[in-house]
Design a protein around this ligand. Structure first.
Ligand code: PRT
Ligand code: ZN
Length: 287
């Protein structure tokens, strides 16, 4: 029987769209019919998808019901299952933070001594408090954590934050960030050789997609006497491609540039005499 890798992704929520987009960018085709469906098989890659609640994903991977999964690091750390991170995915970034009613005086984590804290992350919070030598009462609640102080359920909260607007709207101030999280691809400690071979193919594709997303293709025109200076600003994958233009004394320079470097280099390129600079996205990049 042909080996098929089973991947668990979130059915509906903050991780779903980016998880699906990632596999599609890797060229894996499957019917994105999450509505009502629990499973979808890829048509051009030995993979099938299970659409689940994110809470169930670490356990399914630990039990071997799924071979891989995508979850937030927060969920993985909270559940503390026997699974490992295969690759960080760079989306759904957030942090788990302690927050107190706005205006509360705060001088450090020791201020939580003897206080009660509402959270859906008792394990991560408990570990953090222990490491910091603080004894506090953890009130475990599963949702709407941010209203706990205003209804008198707890003195403070420990919840996920991304923009900070939920805290603001509920009259809370973030006082301590205790855990940083992003979406991760998780797997068991060991897979059999046939499955590992598929994972390796998938990781090769994911790397090509990430590298491409972090890089841009740049084209510009330059007077020949300025070529050395301009090429010095553009390292490229090996070295830039230089082609003569129809106009005497000018060349077209093509290269690849890291997204992060682009805004730094752009002014220098202009100052060095580059003209007609075009920057275009790269779909896949194998280095
Ligand atoms: O139904 P299912 O169980 O699958 O989904 P869920 O409701 O448990 O999870 P979901 O979809 O809300 O979140 C999935 C994952 O997204 C989380 O485990 C995190 O890893 C990640 N993530 C990223 C976030 C946030 N950002 C986030 N802002 N998860 C939740 N929030 C919530 C937070 O709890 C708070 O209520 O958004 C609010 C704060 O947001 P800001 O922008 O106002 O600060
Ligand atoms: Zn959940």
């Amino acid at each position: 029987m042909n080996t098929i890798l089973r991947v668990a992704i979130q059915k509906k929520g903050r991780l779903s769209d980016d998880s699906i987009a990632l596999f599609k960018e890797c060229g894996i085709k499957f019917s994105d019919a999450r509505k009502g469906r629990l499973k979808a098989e890829a048509t051009n890659f030995p993979m099938e998808f299970l659409f689940l609640r994110d809470d169930d994903i670490p356990g399914y991977v630990e039990d071997g019901v799924a071979d891989l999964g995508i979850v937030g690091e927060n969920e993985m750390a909270e559940q503390n299952k026997d699974v490992s991170v295969i690759r960080k995915l760079g989306f759904s970034k957030c942090r788990l933070s302690l927050a107190l009613p706005r205006g509360t005086e705060y001088n450090g984590v020791k201020d939580f001594e003897g206080k009660s804290i509402a959270t859906s992350y008792p394990h991560i919070l408990g570990t953090y408090l222990k490491e910091n030598g603080v004894t506090a009462e953890i009130q475990e609640i599963s949702g709407s954590v941010e209203i706990a102080p205003s209804i008198g359920l707890a003195d403070g909260i420990c919840d996920l934050v991304s923009s900070g607007s939920t805290l603001l709207m509920n009259g809370l101030q973030e006082v301590e960030s205790i855990f940083k999280s992003e979406a991760v691809l998780i797997g068991p400690q060991k897979l059999d050789d046939a499955k590992q071979a598929i994972v390796d193919q998938l990781l090769f594709r994911m790397k090509a997609v990430t590298t491409a997303n972090n890089n841009k293709y740049i084209l510009l025109n330059a007077p020949n006497e300025k070529l050395d200076e301009i090429i010095g600003l553009l390292p490229g994958m090996r070295s830039p491609t230089v082609l003569p233009l129809a106009q005497e004394g000018w060349s077209s320079v093509h290269s690849v540039i890291q997204e992060d470097d682009f805004w730094v280099v752009i002014d220098k390129l202009g100052a060095a005499g580059a003209e007609g600079i075009l920057v275009v996205p790269i779909e896949k990049m194998i280095v």
